[in-house]
Design a protein around this ligand. Sequence first.
Ligand code: ADP
Ligand code: MG
Length: 437
Amino acid sequence: MSRYSLSRWWPNTLRSRLFLILFAGLAVAYGLSFSILFAERYMSAKAIMLGTLESDLATSIAVIDRLPAEERPDWLDRLSRGSYRLVLGPGLAGVPDLSGRGKEIADRIEEAAGYKFAVRVEAIPSDGNRLQGHLTLSDGSPLTIDVTPRGVVPLATWLPYVFIAQMVLLILFTWVAVREAVRPLGDLAAAANELDPNKQAPLLIESGPSEVAHAARAFNAMRGRIADYLEERVQILAAISHDLQTPITRMRLRAELADDSAEKDKLVKDLAEIERLVQDGIAYARSSHGNGEKPTRIDLASFIDSIAYDYQDVGKAVSVEGIVQGIAVTKPHSLRRILTNFIDNALKFAGAATISVGKSDEGYFVVTVADHGPGIPDDKLEDAMQPFFRIETSRNRDTGGSGLGLAIAQQLASTIEGSVRLRNQPQGGLAAEVIFR
Ligand SMILES: Nc1ncnc2c1ncn2[C@@H]1O[C@H](COP(=O)(O)OP(=O)(O)O)[C@@H](O)[C@H]1O
Ligand SMILES: [Mg+2]
């Protein structure tokens, strides 16, 4: 069989493969011991049958031989046994039995009868197993022994049911064992899949069989190391950003003291941009810890209104549309920062933003900042949340920005046990949502 056709029949899942191997092995072993038992029983039953056949038959033939011819028919039934019957006369026409069994039976009968009669055994081809022995009694009349070797294997009728029950048990236990063995792998894969450094997912349970516990411990340790590496990276970012602030401030002061010129304006503008990048860097580093803010009760409607007013006051096109009234217990500074990052993007890329508040079926608040701008290509929606990711288009080159806004929003969202979602609206433009309780 070629590799290809073999692999077509070979199941894909480890679970089915293990099951198949175990079950096939057990079934073969089981079948083997069953057939050995069967064969052994067959042989001993046959030996017993032939043993009694020869002695019983020898007695019966001797009795018939001694009886006067007219009394013989009365005795026939009494002298017959389950496996043979005596018949007066030449019997049916048969063919010489070639199986060796006939010869064996004939020899034994002759031996048991003290070699007084020549026995010829013939098979009756029309009747399966049936054999007939022919001999001639002392007075010259023929005698036929009708041998039907039945009951050689005394198979109980319930045996097949026991066999089926055993197979069912075998399947059941094999399946349970395989499932037990494979489940931890599935759990591990699920945990690896869900591994998100931004979320505090529960650790894998480190109990159970020792191999499983070991794998779970290793996985948890790996998760811890990844978290440490990420933390270290963020710390470096925070340290650099922080240390850059002082020289930047000094440079700006010096630039402002310089004589007015076009060069000076450019320098001040560039410095302002660097300053913003640095501030974003610090904000990103801080947002990973949720900056220690305590949750408080806020009236969502007036909270959103106040954010919109702040923008409207400086002439920005931010409007509020459709608000579900509600009190949220959340961290207001974090929520404000998430929303201002969304709104700043909408203003930057679309010139206007619309805020709305809804409630999901599961009872979560959903605050949406929508715009009518170009949106983000669907395959880039995930990437847009990554730190320092900016879509490389000509429009983006002049807009400035660190590419940290959405990453900060996402980290802050997880500190209020919420999440951030981006989607393109059917009528165009991006909708950025924060979902929280
Ligand atoms: N409302 C939006 N419309 C179109 N593109 C957007 C919008 N918001 C974000 N983006 C894209 O996602 C990128 C990442 O956004 P963000 O993390 O806020 O970084 P930044 O605003 O500093 O560029 C942006 O550079 C932009 O390409
Ligand atoms: Mg931004």
